[in-house]
Design a protein around this ligand. Structure first.
Ligand SMILES: CCCCCCCCCCCCC/C=C/[C@@H](O)[C@H](COP(=O)(O)O)NC(=O)CCCCC
Ligand SMILES: Nc1ncnc2c1ncn2[C@@H]1O[C@H](COP(=O)(O)OP(=O)(O)O)[C@@H](O)[C@H]1O
Ligand SMILES: [Ca+2]
Length: 574
């Protein structure tokens, strides 16, 4: 216990006398004139105190200060059950205290502020905030200014806010501009906006370390800046899978108290070059087709995925492919062990100990098994699939509260590979439906799941010929963006040759542009023979890829999903 931070005295909350105690890492207050059995102690970890203000203060809907010189107000994290979601909602708790003297009031405010500084050293002071004004229901700006900014201000965080005017502005800013003084970057938007920030920060870190991102054998350098996510998108999978709820207040509070959640990242390569990074889904077949279809209906907002999901399901497609994977150590964990990766997860902690042994320092990560893996360790399967999905995390989201792989871990250095073999449409529907319930989606004869460190996908030799003549041909002219040129990909649809329609286009990790090739859609009598990859909501312009999982490459302002049963059984904070 820090004896110099300890403080104990009587304080009034309203007209009730309380005994308040600050023990250094904990602040609690108990009503004293209450019968013993009715005594209730409110206890707040100092690490979860958001701010301490002189006077009687309110901040929402707007800041009001009644400046009474013997009063002070403490703001802190308060948990409540989230009604349906897997995590806990965090709210801003507020208690106004009255002291018998101004001297005591000053003592309390000073002690509390010092305790906060001592016990949460990783709180951000300065943040770079990117808002995508067009993400999700287009409410990013409103959410930030009305909900998040007042909380940051209360916590004394200064923020530099950029409302983006074009796609990839945030990524380019992070790759090129001066980032001195910033403790973290905040994404206000969806998974696509987060992905831009991920690419900017990973790219910048490797540039500064002189590392080649195109070499799959290189051990990438973890990013020094944390990323915060304020959900304002369509799927918001990264937020949901790391916090357990889609709630801007909860997410803002995680940023403020400087929570830290390491996250695995998957790098995707084609023809010896990095194509993209992913944290949630690298998916071929169904999920690729849904994304490509949905881009044509962006005007529908988040509903575009429901519409496109139904249309793609009805089109009843499957694709041939050769899948090769490098299995992870089965002694450490299994995708079918029915566990959940929750806050403080022991599987992820063991990974931290193995790879970051010296007190968890981010910069000590030097492990490279990838280059030494022998070809013999790879497992190969070939056939016809409804979908092939690789996910570094559960990829839970409001549409699928358990996620694509409910037992996947956020930071264990592995990903889960889900192979759904071609099957009867009704069986596939059963599989999809299980994503929306708690039934085991892997307990089906046509589904396999493997915990892996790497994945290769290629077309069977017959498929390559089909790709060239019947499916999507990648007739690309790669020209530099700076030269005012672009890459055109032409898709063949039956006998028709036409330019790909998708408005999204594809931007490579290095910033070069490539227009989408996509399926002819539902108009076509001949089913396409190749699908596209959905990489965290971006369409990849290549079919044959290599993926590698990098353990704990980035850190989020989050702490993983808190177990809501702890609150129900009274083990929570108050
Ligand atoms: C016919 C019933 C279908 C029910 C299936 C439900 C399965 C949902 C699993 C969702 C996995 C989500 C993985 C995350 C993907 C996002 O990165 C990506 C982009 O998100 P955003 O930037 O917010 O737009 N979202 C998708 O690819 C949507 C997939 C939806 C599939 C139905
Ligand atoms: N100002 C902007 N104009 C157009 N596109 C943008 C802008 N800012 C970001 N984007 C892009 O919009 C895409 C979708 O953003 P996101 O915030 O994930 O919303 P959603 O979840 O609705 O897809 C991302 O790929 C991102 O790069
Ligand atoms: Ca993982």
């Amino acid at each position: 216990m820090d004896t110099d931070l300890r403080l104990e005295s009587s304080l009034w909350v309203g007209n009730k006398r309380h005994r308040a105690v600050l023990t250094g890492w904990n602040f609690n207050w108990t009503e004293v004139d209450q019968k013993n059995c009715d005594k209730k102690t409110i206890s707040v970890p100092v690490a979860e105190v958001v701010g301490v203000e002189e006077g009687r203060v309110e901040i929402l809907p707007q800041k009001l200060v009644e400046d009474k010189d013997k009063d002070f107000t403490v703001f802190y994290v308060k948990r409540s059950s989230s009604g349906g979601s897997s995590g806990l909602l965090w709210r801003l708790g507020r208690t106004q205290f009255s002291c018998p003297s101004r001297v005591l009031r000053d003592q309390w405010t000073e002690h509390l502020r010092t305790a906060v500084k001592t016990h949460s050293p990783s709180r951000p002071h300065k943040l770079l905030v990117f808002i995508n004004p067009y993400g999700g229901k287009k409410k990013g700006r409103q959410i930030y200014h009305s909900v998040v900014a007042p909380l940051f201000e209360l916590a004394g965080i200064s923020s530099h806010v950029i409302v983006t005017e074009r796609a990839n502005q945030a990524r380019d800013h992070l790759l090129k501009k001066d980032l001195t003084g910033f403790d973290g970057v905040v994404s206000v938007g969806g998974d696509g906006m987060f992905s831009e920030i991920l690419h900017g920060l990973i790219g910048r870190t490797q540039q500064e370390s002189g590392l080649c991102e195109n070499d799959p054998a290189v051990t990438l350098q973890p990013c020094p800046l944390h990323i915060g996510i304020i959900p304002a998108g369509s799927t918001d999978c990264v937020c949901y899978a790391t916090v357990g709820v889609i709630d801007p207040v909860t997410s803002a509070l995680h940023v403020i108290i400087g929570d830290s959640q390491p996250l695995d990242v998957c790098s995707v390569y084609h023809a010896s070059a990095l194509v993209r990074y992913s944290v949630s889904l690298v998916g071929y077949g169904f999920y690729g087709d849904v994304l490509a279809e949905s881009e044509k209906h962006r005007w529908m907002g988040p509903l575009r995925y429901d519409y496109s999901g139904t249309m793609v399901y009805l089109s009843n497609r499957s694709y041939t492919g050769v899948v090769q994977y490098l299995p992870a150590d089965p002694m450490l964990s299994s995708p079918r062990d029915k566990t959940r990766c929750l806050s403080g997860c022991s599987v992820c902690s063991r990974t931290t100990e193995r790879h970051f042994p010296d007190s968890g320092s981010l910069y000590s990560a030097h492990y490279s098994q990838f280059s030494t893996e022998s070809e013999g360790d790879w497992v190969s399967v070939e056939g016809r699939f409804r979908c092939v999905s690789l996910t570094c995390m559960s990829s839970s989201c409001p549409r699928s509260p358990q996620g694509l792989s409910p037992s996947a871990h956020l930071a264990d250095g592995t990903g889960d590979l889900i192979l759904v073999w071609d099957t009867h449409p009704l069986s596939f529907l059963k599989f999809l439906h299980r994503h929306t319930s708690t039934e085991d989606q892997f307990d089906l004869p046509f589904v396999e799941v493997h915990r892996v460190k790497a994945l290769r996908f290629s077309l069977p030799s017959s498929g390559r010929e089909e790709e060239a003549f019947g499916g999507i041909a990648e007739q690309s002219v790669v020209i530099d963006e700076e030269d005012q040129s672009y890459v055109e990909t032409v898709s063949r649809c039956g006998s028709q040759l036409r330019l790909a329609e998708s408005s999204a286009g594809v931007e490579m990790a290095n910033g070069q542009k490539k227009e989408n090739a996509f399926l002819c859609g539902l108009c076509c009598s001949k089913s396409p023979t190749v699908s596209v990859w959905n990489c965290d909501g971006e369409i990849l312009p290549f079919t044959e890829i290599l993926c590698r999982i990098h353990g704990q490459l980035v850190r989020l302002y989050a702490r993983g999903i808190e177990d809501s049963t702890e609150l129900r059984w009274g083990k929570g904070q108050v």
